[in-house]
Structure formats: C-alpha cells, structure tokens
Design a protein around this ligand. Structure first.
Ligand SMILES: Cc1cc2nc3c(=O)[nH]c(=O)nc-3n(C[C@H](O)[C@H](O)[C@H](O)COP(=O)(O)OP(=O)(O)OC[C@H]3O[C@@H](n4cnc5c(N)ncnc54)[C@H](O)[C@@H]3O)c2cc1C
Length: 406
C-alpha cells in the first residue's frame, strides 16, 4: 500500500483500473522496470463475458508470462463460420475461414474473462516494481509535472503519467478534460455460457440474423459462450424466459448444431454502442481499453484493441524511462495517439459497417454485403488477406504482439 506522498514523484506510471487492459498495461510497464502502481479498484462482481483473443494478443500475453497461467482454460478457434440466417431475398453463402489456410494452428483462443483476469492478477503480484492497490481512485488532479491520484482511504499517490484503464465511464478521461463521441444501436447483446451434447470441433459459428449476430464461440470441453445480439424488446422477452424455455429457444436459433443445450446460471446484458474518446490522451493522462473506445461485440475486436493500446503505451513509457526522459510529456502522448488512432478507427468502422449491413432493410446494401461475403468465399487470396488482417493488423503491431520483451 502506498501512503500519502503528494509533492514527491515516486512513480513513473499509475494505472487506474484493474480490468484486463489495465492489468496488461501495469504488468508490461512494471515488467520493463518502470516503477508502477495499479489502482485496481474495489472488488466488483465478475460478469460472464469471454474474450476471443487473436494471435497477436496471445503472443503478447505469452511474452508477459500471463498466458502460461490460463492457457488450459482457453479453447482454440481453428475455424470461423458465418452463416446468413436472415431469411432475406439476397442472402450470402456460408463463409468459412480456416486458420490452417494461413499457416496458423488457430486464429486465437476463447477464454472466460474471469480466468484471464485471475491469471493477470496472479502475475501482477509477482512483479517487484508493481504495487497493486485494491481501492478506487476518487480524485485525479493534474499539474505541470505530475498526476496526483487520491484513493478511497484518502491517501494520495503521485506519478509522472496516469494510464486511464478505468472503463467506459472513465474518471481519468474526465480529469484530463477529454470528451467522447459516438452513437447507439437499437440492439442489445445478451451473454450466456452453454453446455451442449455435441462437440464444437473448435469451430466458432456466427449466425447473421436480421436484428444482429448470434455467435457461438468454443470453450474447453463441451461448453461454448454465446453472444446473442437482438433488438431490445426481443432481448427483454428472451431474458425473461424460464430456463428450460430459454435453452430450447437458444437451441432452435442455433439450428441444433451443438445438440441439446443447458445454460449455466450467469447472464449478461450489454446495450450496443460506439463511444470513442476524442483524444487518446492529454495532460499526463493516456487512455487504454474501454476508457478510450467501446465498440459492439461483433468480430471479437474490443479487448484485442485494448491490449494493443496497453502494449503501445507501455512500449513508449518504458523507452522514455530507460532513456531518463519524462514519460508524461505531450510529445509522448501525441506519439501514442498517432500509433493507435488508425487501428481503432478502422476496426470501429468495419464492425459498424458489418452490423449496419445486417440491420438494413435496403436491398442494395444487403446485395453489397452478400457480394462481399461471396467474393471472400470464392477468392482465396482475398480471403487469406482478410484473415491475416483480422488476426494481426498490418498497421499496428507493438513489440509485445511480436513476442519482443520491453
Ligand atoms: C458481450 C461482449 C463480448 C465481448 N467479446 C469480446 C471478444 O470476444 N474479444 C474482444 O477482444 N473483446 C470482446 N469484448 C470487449 C471486451 O469485453 C472489453 O473490451 C473489455 O472487457 C474492456 O476491458 P477494460 O479493461 O478496458 O475495461 P473494464 O473491463 O471495464 O475494466 C475497467 C476496470 O476499471 C475499474 N474502475 C472503474 N473506475 C475506477 C476507479 N475510479 N478507480 C479504480 N478502478 C476503477 C473497474 O472496476 C474495472 O475493473 C466483448 C464485449 C462484450 C460486451
């Protein structure tokens, strides 16, 4: 625990928020020798989300000695299928992406967030340069030289840079005066964990329905996670169904490809939106993960982006620290913004376009979507290029995603 120390700058960085993005940033920073505090927040109940970690994210977690601790709880994603279940006039053919086609064993691995976060928290406790504090930040004050973070017990810690990893309602973002922009969708994502009688064969299946995708993603054994996107009225109706009827409805919408379904008790409800910080940092604050960008859970991009944010800020700050430079300068934050903006913008637009093409009743737009998916299905080089870009963006591969320590 760090005691009051206003005035003396002891820390290179203070990371606020102990979700997966904040834990990764803190482990990467402290692992590179930067004296770091993680203000992880008071314990909150875990939700039942899972994350499909794409290959670059897995490499980064391996490099940070996190993956070794949770790999057994993750299922490989060797094949991804998209099935047009819209029942519309212009329908796309079934599209099948196989990791082996681009020389990979798997596109990535799906893991329950609670296992991922537990592995990260265990790794964080081992690093000498990292102090983990299970309290909320209640105030953040910024001056020319440092950021002072007041904790719930009234103590204060001071750092050159605050990394805001405190989620969609980020206090760090507000303290830095950064506004957000975005939009909402007439859709809600329901999350469930399923047990099923037939094996998934490491195949993730996305049924594209007219009011949103219905995506089954493998977990180890005969279990899968389900992200069920639909309109809010349907979501409320589905959510209120008794367990037996709900399982039957899910089995029907899954066309019984996983056989008989049983539901585990936890559920999640997430209204769909895009929310982006107008800047990824300002005034000695850099934002990572959902503090910087929230996107719909379509195409498994959200936390993969968040991990690239964490790896990038850690890379920049570690380099400044090793060269004896101040890691909280406007110049460093501007460089961070340059390195992250295109990746986040392009993924947000791709997810938005895919989602809108599903929602649209406009025949030409449905035709374009169908044509795009048909081309991907039939033109091998195009399909392979799309797969490579989906797994590892050409524009943004920080060192950790390439397996290089900081
Ligand atoms: C249904 C669904 C499915 C998804 N599937 C995928 C997927 O397959 N692949 C993928 O890449 N992404 C996926 N995502 C996105 C992913 O879940 C999020 O991007 C990720 O969880 C965000 O992590 P984070 O660390 O940025 O934020 P959070 O997990 O929100 O963590 C923020 C943390 O900050 C803490 N905090 C808040 N305020 C304070 C404070 N004042 N002081 C201290 N701590 C504070 C909170 O307690 C919390 O622990 C999905 C999202 C949804 C909704």
């Amino acid at each position: 625990m760090i005691r009051p120390s206003l005035g003396a700058v002891e820390l290179g960085a203070a990371v606020v928020g102990g979700g997966p993005a904040g834990l990764t940033a803190a482990i990467a920073l402290a692992g590179a020798g930067v004296p770091t505090a993680l203000v992880a927040g008071r314990p909150r109940p875990a939700d039942n989300r899972t994350t499909a970690l794409l290959a670059g994210s897995v490499t980064a977690l391996e490099t940070l000695a996190i993956w070794q601790r949770c790999r057994a709880q993750a299922a490989p994603l060797r094949v991804m299928r998209i099935i047009d279940d819209t029942g519309r006039l212009l329908r796309a053919p079934e599209l099948r992406f196989e990791a082996a086609e681009i020389g990979l064993e798997a596109f990535g691995y799906n893991i329950e967030n609670r296992h991922l976060v537990a592995a990260m928290a265990e790794r964080a406790r081992e690093i000498a340069a990292l102090t983990v504090i299970a309290q909320d930040a209640v105030d953040i004050a910024i001056n020319a030289n440092a950021v002072a973070i007041t904790l719930a017990d009234d103590s204060t810690l001071v750092a050159r840079l605050a990394v805001g990893a405190d989620g969609g309602n980020s206090r760090c973002r507000k303290a830095a005066g950064i506004e957000t922009e975005g939009w909402t969708y007439p859709q809600t994502a329901l999350t469930f964990t399923l047990r099923h009688s037939r094996p998934h064969h490491d195949i993730s299946t996305e049924f594209h329905r007219a009011n949103g995708p219905f995506t089954l993603v493998p977990l180890p054994g005969q279990r899968s996670s389900l992200v069920f996107v639909t309109d809010p009225d349907d979501a409320a109706r589905v959510e209120a169904l008794p367990a037996g009827e709900l399982a039957a409805e899910i089995e029907r919408r899954a066309h019984s490809i996983l056989g008989k379904i049983e539901l585990e008790p936890e559920r999640g409800v997430f209204p769909l939106k895009v929310e982006r910080a107008r800047a990824f940092g300002a005034r000695r604050v850099a934002l990572v993960g959902e503090a910087a960008h929230v996107i719909p859970p379509i195409g498994a991009q959200g936390l993969n982006l968040g991990l690239r944010d964490a790896a990038t800020i850690a890379e920049l700050v570690a380099a400044a620290h090793h060269e004896g430079r101040d890691p909280g300068t406007d110049e460093l934050i501007a460089r961070y913004e340059d390195m992250r903006r295109a990746d986040v913008t392009s993924r947000t637009l791709a997810v938005d376009l895919l989602n809108r093409s599903l929602l649209s009743d406009v025949l030409p737009l449905q035709g374009v979507r169908g044509l795009g998916l048909t081309l991907l299905q039939h033109i091998g080089p195009l399909r392979r290029a799309a797969m490579r870009e989906g797994v590892a963006p050409s524009s943004a591969q920080p060192r950790l995603m390439r397996g290089q320590a900081l």
